[in-house]
Design a protein around this ligand. Structure first.
Ligand code: B12
Ligand code: SF4
Length: 437
C-alpha cells in the first residue's frame, strides 16, 4: 500500500526545527511491513509549500494528524487530499482528535485513530484494503458498512522498548536543521528517550500521558544518537535536545545514560526537566556527559499558584535547582505561563522577582490555554469563552481564552520580557512567537 502521513500546520507555526518523532516511528513500522510510506510535515516546508505539496500526494491510505490547534487545518487537508485521491482510505489522528466529537471528524474521514499509532496503524493495514468491520484492532472509531459509527476504544500504550528508530530517511531533515541553524546558529536534533508523566499539572492535557513513564533502554537511545550524528555530520549536527516530559525522573536510568554518553564523549545535549528532579551529583554527571542546558517548567513566581495548578514544586525548589545549574555550569532556561485565572498583578511582580533571583539563560513565555479535557478547563468551565474545539486554533497561542482575567496578558508578556532583558540577563534569549496572521 502507499501510505501518506500528513501533519498540517498550526496557525502560529511556519518552519519548525523539530520533526514529528511519533509519526516517524509509525512510518518505520509501516516500511518494515513492506509499504511505501511518505511523511508530509508542514513544519519541514513552511505553510505555503505544504499546501502546494499536499496537492501532489497520491496514496491508498492517508493519515492526517496534529494537536487541537491543528484541527481546522487537518480538516482542510483531508478535503484537499480526498479530491486528489477519491478512493483513498483516510483517517485523522493525534492529540487533537480527543477534543472533538468523532462524528464531526467522520464527515471528512473514514476513521479516527484514538491514541498511540504504532500498533494500531500497523495491525490495521496488515489486513489489506478494504478494511472490513471485524479487522479493526483497539484504537479506532470508524464508519461501518451500514453507515453507523463503531469504536474499538483507545489504543493501548505501545511498548517503547520495542519500537524502531523514526524513519529518518522520510523526513527532509536538512530542512529542520537549516531552520535551527538560522535561528540558533547551529543544527540540533530532537529525540525522545521516554514517554509519559506521573504529574498532574492542571493545564496539561494528559490523555496520553497515563501509564507511568515508559523509558527506552539507554543503549537504544545512544545508538539512535550515533546513527543521527553519522547520517547528518555534514549538516554540522551539534546538539541533541531531549523532549521527554519526565527525562530526569529516574536517577538510575539517568545515571546509566550519562555514563554511556560520557563514554561516547561526542555529544552536546539539552533537555526538558523538572526542578524536583535536580540534585547536584546528577547535574555534575549530566554536565560531564555533554549536557549544556536544561529547560525547566517554572510557570509562575507564586507558591499559591504553583499549588493551585498542582505543579508539585515550590519557588524554593526552583531557586535551588537554578542555583545548582549555575554552580555546575549547566545553563538553565525557564518556561513561564501567564494568564492563569487566579493570577494578579502582584503575582506578575513575584514572577519578576523570581526571575531576578534565578537568572535564567533563556525564557519562554506562554499564555495559558485551557485545552478541553484538562483539569483547568473543568475547574474554570464558566470562565472560558464559548468556542468549539476548532475555535482554539484562533486563540492559541497569543490570546487568552479566559473571560475575566485580573491581568492584561499582552502587557504582562511585554513587561516580563522587558524586565528580563533589562534587569535580569541582557544577553539572555526570549523566545517570541511569530504570527502568520
Ligand atoms: C514533547 C512535546 C512537544 C514537542 C514535540 C516533540 C517532537 N519532535 O515530536 C514540541 C515541543 C515540538 C511540541 C510542540 C507543540 N505542542 Co506539545 N507536547 C509535548 C509533550 C510534552 C509530550 C508529547 C509526547 O509524549 N509525544 C510522544 C509522541 C510519540 O506522541 P504524539 O506526538 O502524540 O504522537 C502519537 C499519537 O498522538 C499519534 N499521532 C500523532 N500525530 C499523528 C499524525 C498521524 C498522521 C498519525 C498516523 C498518528 C499521529 O501517533 C503518535 C505515535 O504514537 C506533550 C505533553 C504530554 N505530557 O503529553 C505536549 C502536548 C502534546 N503539546 C501540545 C501542544 C498544544 C503543542 C503546540 C501546539 C505548542 C506550541 N506552543 O506551539 C506545539 C505543536 C507544534 C506543531 N505540531 O505545529 C499539547 C496538545 C494539546 C491538545 N489537546 O492537542 C500537549 C498535550 C501539552 C498540553 N499543553 O497539554 N510538543
Ligand atoms: S506539564 Fe509537564 S510535568 Fe506537568 S503533567 Fe504535563 S508533562 Fe507532566
Amino acid at each position: 500500500m502507499r501510505i501518506a502521513l500528513i501533519l498540517p500546520p498550526a496557525r502560529h507555526v511556519d518552519l519548525a526545527e523539530f520533526c514529528p518523532l511519533g509519526v516517524g516511528i509509525i512510518a518505520a513500522r509501516l516500511k518494515a511491513l513492506g509499504h511505501t510510506v511518505s511523511i508530509l510535515d508542514s513544519g519541514a516546508w513552511g505553510q505555503v509549500k505544504f499546501w502546494r505539496m499536499l496537492d501532489d500526494v497520491e496514496a491508498d491510505v492517508i493519515g492526517i494528524g496534529g494537536t487541537i490547534v491543528q484541527l481546522r487545518a487537518m480538516v482542510m487537508a483531508a478535503r484537499i487530499a480526498r479530491k486528489r485521491n477519491p478512493n483513498a482510505w483516510l483517517f485523522f489522528a493525534g492529540r487533537g482528535v480527543f477534543s472533538i466529537n468523532e462524528e464531526t471528524l467522520l464527515q471528512d474521514a473514514d476513521a479516527v485513530l484514538m491514541g498511540e499509532g504504532e500498533d494500531a496503524v500497523s495491525k490495521l493495514v496488515e489486513n489489506g484494503l478494504p478494511f472490513s468491520d471485524d479487522v479493526f484492532p483497539p484504537g479506532w472509531t470508524w464508519k461501518d458498512k451500514n453507515g453507523g459509527v463503531r469504536s474499538s476504544g483507545i489504543a493501548p500504550l505501545v511498548d517503547v522498548t520495542k519500537q524502531p528508530f523514526p524513519a529518518w530517511d522520510l523526513y527532509p531533515l536538512e530542512n529542520y536543521m537549516n531552520f535551527a541553524k538560522s535561528t540558533r546558529g547551529y543544527a540540533t536534533a530532537h529525540i525522545m528517550a521516554s514517554r509519559g508523566c506521573v504529574h498532574h499539572c492542571t493545564f496539561c492535557d494528559r490523555k496520553m500521558s497515563e501509564g507511568g513513564v515508559r523509558r527506552r533502554p539507554v543503549k537504544h537511545v545512544t545508538d539512535e544518537m550515533t546513527e543521527m550524528a553519522d547520517r547528518y555530520s555534514k549538516h554540522d549536527l551539534n546538539e541533541f535536545y531531549f523532549f521527554d516530559p519526565s527525562f530526569m525522573s529516574s536517577r538510575e536510568w539517568s545515571a546509566q545514560l550519562y555514563k554511556e554518553l560520557a563514554n561516547l564523549g561526542k555529544f552536546n545535549w539539552g533537555c526538558l526537566a523538572r526542578v524536583d528532579d535536580i540534585e547536584k551529583n546528577a547535574l555534575l554527571n549530566a554536565k560531564g556527559s555533554g549536557c549544556a542546558y536544561m529547560n525547566f517548567g517554572v510557570e509562575t513566581g507564586s507558591d499559591r499558584i504553583l499549588k493551585e495548578v498542582a505543579k508539585g514544586v515550590t519557588t524554593d525548589q526552583i531557586k535551588e535547582a537554578f542555583s545548582l545549574c549555575h554552580e555546575t555550569g549547566v545553563k538553565p532556561g525557564a518556561l513561564l505561563l501567564i494568564g492563569l485565572p487566579q493570577e494578579t498583578p502582584e503575582d506578575i511582580d513575584a514572577l519578576k522577582n523570581l526571575l531576578k533571583s534565578i537568572r535564567p539563560a533563556f525564557i519562554n513565555i506562554s499564555i495559558v490555554c485551557p485545552f478541553p479535557g484538562t483539569a483547568m478547563a473543568k475547574q474554570f468551565k464558566d470562565d472560558i469563552l464559548p468556542v468549539d474545539a476548532f475555535g482554539y486554533c484562533d486563540y492559541f497561542p497569543e490570546r487568552t481564552m479566559f473571560k475575566n482575567l485580573k491581568i492584561d496578558t499582552t502587557s504582562a508578556f511585554n513587561d516580563i520580557a522587558r524586565f528580563y532583558k533589562e534587569e535580569v540577563n541582557p544577553k539572555g534569549y526570549v523566545n517570541r512567537i511569530t504570527f502568520l496572521g
